[in-house]
Design a protein around this ligand. Structure first.
Ligand SMILES: Cc1ncc(COP(=O)(O)O)c(C=O)c1O
Length: 402
């Protein structure tokens, strides 16, 4: 019999894609489901027409050959210019284009993690996005060191400092702001403190996942560790969330030249390159959106949905605690009060995982349990739905828990 390699045996299926599968099955059975499960804007917020038209234009002019493995030169130029709108200075040669943000994260980790090296582990912070756990494991077989965040979901830098002092196996710290699943946006002062702490640990790299960089509400300014430590940061970006294009599979890594050359070798030997019409289309889209106007428009639409979700949810589930998230498009309420009340009362569910299953069955509402993100006692709602679906879904949750 053919064997599956040992490191894959430990790999968990992606919880977000699993819930997508369950919802699709229920819908096919004729059930009605409000799907707050998957972090996807489409079909509620469509991929911008200028991007689609530019991709179609590239297809029609037969731009269907290989690009250089690091990416089409026109796109790398456009990404480099676009970075300047965020106060970041990355020459085109320091950017490698990959087939999607998750793939960019995987290849960034593959470039700097080595199972046999003394430093072979990553640190990440709970609640933690699934891939920050699974991707390092695929490469080294080792789970990340998962540290806590505070009540505002900001990483606890005192804990990071003691970990780095005590544990010389740490090769990289992974951070993600705006954050999935908490919606937190880390302020500039946080990055200053992080940079100051890391200045005492020169061998430790930072992986900064910024796939939600444009989705910041309430005028929250953009801040990034890449502005403070560009030579030690591997910046992960992509179009999935930024322009509602999860299925177009385009992401990028930006970082120091020596690491990017190595990453380019991985890209050339694994994917060859990314779908060229999408690369060409994105280059032309970024030109058309050089003032970030189209992307800001998406954020305005999401902010309306955030406000609606938060207002309705607080009213419908008073036993939960929900601060208004500052970015991304997830609400991550603390439901320990709901679980406590249930323990004293009907006892229909005893954990966040049981609660999310209960809501799927009783309310027809799909959401993810906080324990999927190493933060039990919470639920994650991806609220990029129509205003009507947000209202129906939240009211249904309220009725099921009343
Ligand atoms: C923080 C973060 N990074 C990376 C990704 C990966 O994006 P994709 O699945 O489009 O590659 C996601 C997707 O949800 C995410 O939330």
């Amino acid at each position: 019999m053919i064997r599956v390699s040992a490191h894959v045996l430990h790999m968990k299926p992606s919880p977000t894609l699993q819930i997508k599968g369950i919802v699709e099955r229920l819908l096919a059975e004729g059930r009605s489901v409000c799907n707050f499960g998957v972090g996807e804007l489409n079909p509620e917020i469509r991929t911008p027409r200028p991007l689609i038209e530019a991709i179609v234009g590239a297809l029609e002019t037969d731009e269907t050959h290989y690009s250089p493995s690091a990416g089409d030169p026109e796109l790398r130029e456009a990404l480099s210019r676009d970075f300047r709108a965020f106060g970041l200075d990355y020459a085109p040669s320091r950017i490698v284009v990959c087939p999607g943000p998750k793939d960019a994260l995987f290849k960034a980790c593959l470039t700097i993690l080595d199972r046999s090296a003394r430093r072979n582990r990553v640190v990440s912070f709970a609640p933690i996005y699934e891939s920050f756990e699974q991707v390092p494991r695929i490469i080294t077989g080792l789970p990340p060191v998962v540290l806590e965040t505070d009540e505002r979901f900001l990483p606890d830098l005192n804990r990071l400092e003691s970990t780095l002092k005590e544990d010389d196996s740490v090769a990289a710290v992974i951070i993600n702001s705006p954050n999935n699943p908490s919606g937190a946006v880390y302020p500039h002062e946080f990055f200053e403190d992080l940079a100051s702490l890391l200045s005492h640990h020169e061998e430790v790299a930072v992986l900064s996942d910024e796939v939600y960089r444009t989705v910041r509400y309430d005028e929250t300014p953009y801040a990034s560790i890449a502005r403070l430590m560009p030579e030690r940061t591997l910046y992960i970006g992509g179009i999935s969330k930024e322009v509602s294009a999860t299925g177009l599979r385009l992401g990028w890594v930006a970082g120091p030249a020596s690491v990017m050359e190595a990453l380019d070798r991985i890209e050339g030997n694994t994917s060859s390159c990314v779908h060229l019409p999408t690369q060409k289309g994105l280059a032309r889209f970024l030109e058309a959106d050089s003032d970030l106007g189209i992307r800001r428009g998406i954020t305005v639409e999401l902010q309306q949905r955030r406000d609606r979700f938060v207002r309705l949810f607080r009213r419908a589930v008073p036993a939960a605690r929900l601060e208004s998230p500052r970015g991304a498009f997830y609400a991550f309420p603390d439901v320990t009060g709901v679980l406590e009340a249930e323990r004293r009362g009907a006892g229909r569910f005893a954990s966040d995982s049981e609660l999310s299953l209960y809501l799927l069955n009783e309310a027809g509402v799909a959401c993810l349990p906080g324990s999927s993100f190493y933060r039990p006692g919470h639920l994650r709602f991806a609220y990029a739905l129509s205003p009507g679906d947000i209202e129906r879904g939240v009211q249904s949750v309220g009725r099921a828990l009343a």
